[in-house]
Design a protein around this ligand. Sequence first.
Ligand code: XLS
Ligand code: NI
Ligand code: NI
Length: 440
Amino acid sequence: MKQYFPSVSAVKYEGPQSRNPLAFKRYNAAEKVAGKTMREHLRFSVAYWHTMKGTGSDPFGAATLPRGWNRAADPMQQAEDTLRAAFEFFTKLGVDYYCFHDRDIAPEGESLRESNARLDRMVSLAKKLQADTGVGLLWNTANLFSHPRYANGAATNPDAAVFAHAASQVKKMLEVGLELGATNYVFWGGREGYDTLLNTDLKRELDHLAAFLRMAVDYAKKIGFKAQFLIEPKPKEPTKHQYDFDAGTVIGFLKSYGLDGHFKLNIENNHATLAAHTFQHDLTVASAHGMLGSVDANQGDLLLGWDTDQFPTDLYGTAYAMLVILGQGGLAPGGLNFDAKVRRASVDPEDLFIAHIGAMDAFAHGLKVAARLIDDGVLRDFLERRYASYDAGIGAAIEAGKADFAALEAHALEHGEPEPRSGKQEMLENIVNQYLLGMQ
Ligand code: XLS
Ligand code: NI
Ligand code: NI
């Protein structure tokens, strides 16, 4: 069998002292943390579009990344080579999952019929490679943003013929998800938004988007596809205004259309920061509503205003994320999908391994820190004390829905001015640092 990464062998855990760039320093798949193995907690996934299809091209320059799998002249041969290279990558890296868009694994044809036939060919190869390796599909999705037909949107396109085309792509991908045993299915509305209200009927577009999502729910049910449906919020880019701006907006949208029982959220770090939130904020909003389903684990560059999709290396970010994830009892059936790409100057194929290794180590460290913080109860004890006034008396009456404004006024008149109480932010930040630094 041809190898696309001949210089890399299976990546091993060598521990914190290792100087080997191609070894894990922190991620030890079989090691138990808080009752589960790291592998079970973290559920890592590789993003096919970046890792296998990313070329390093940007709006100012051509492809920079030489790849052994994209050389064949015939596009279907190229697709097959890419799929084989992908499974070599997944197994050498030691991840259990991957994610893809329809057009990542099979090139679009001249017609929908041809595109579907091409997809079928690649899906049967993917099925075989999944069975051979044990690597599973965390989620699949339809690319409803690259083709020129989606320039004015997909489900929110003013032309119903485009809506129908988008629906056909999702229909096909629900069938593909079923065939490949995907545990989730993602909707990211890249073109679902608008640039100007001069040409946009916002209310109608929102209604159309809801109708689209409802049809997807119905079709999945009809064919027996039981994957968790996920919506991935993003505030801007490629459109100026996106309908799925952030977690709060998506949850409100789903609730107002009665769709919230059918969807959870796939939260991406770089999308949260583009919405002027922290990653932890959007994770917490989703989790607070019982709707945190999965994570696109990357990080952005806060000095740049677009989705730079970098590999996560920020240990605060991973520790805070894992606090939310452990706090809700895990992500399954979701996972941590590295929606991240190497920089366009990182031209060595081994850089793909190095990037994922660093990201997996960063999340493994975050997991350990979060597990210890939770185990020691330091933050929880503080929180409990901070809200203790709601555990009894007037506070308990508020929470139980038994207080009214008259009773509260009586309470305020009787008790006088409340004592100021410190929020202790610096103390808590110092505690987090102590745990981050103290980990061996
Ligand atoms: C783009 C999105 C996209 C989704 C899948 O910014 O992150 O990659 O994850 O369509
Ligand atoms: Ni994403
Ligand atoms: Ni993104």
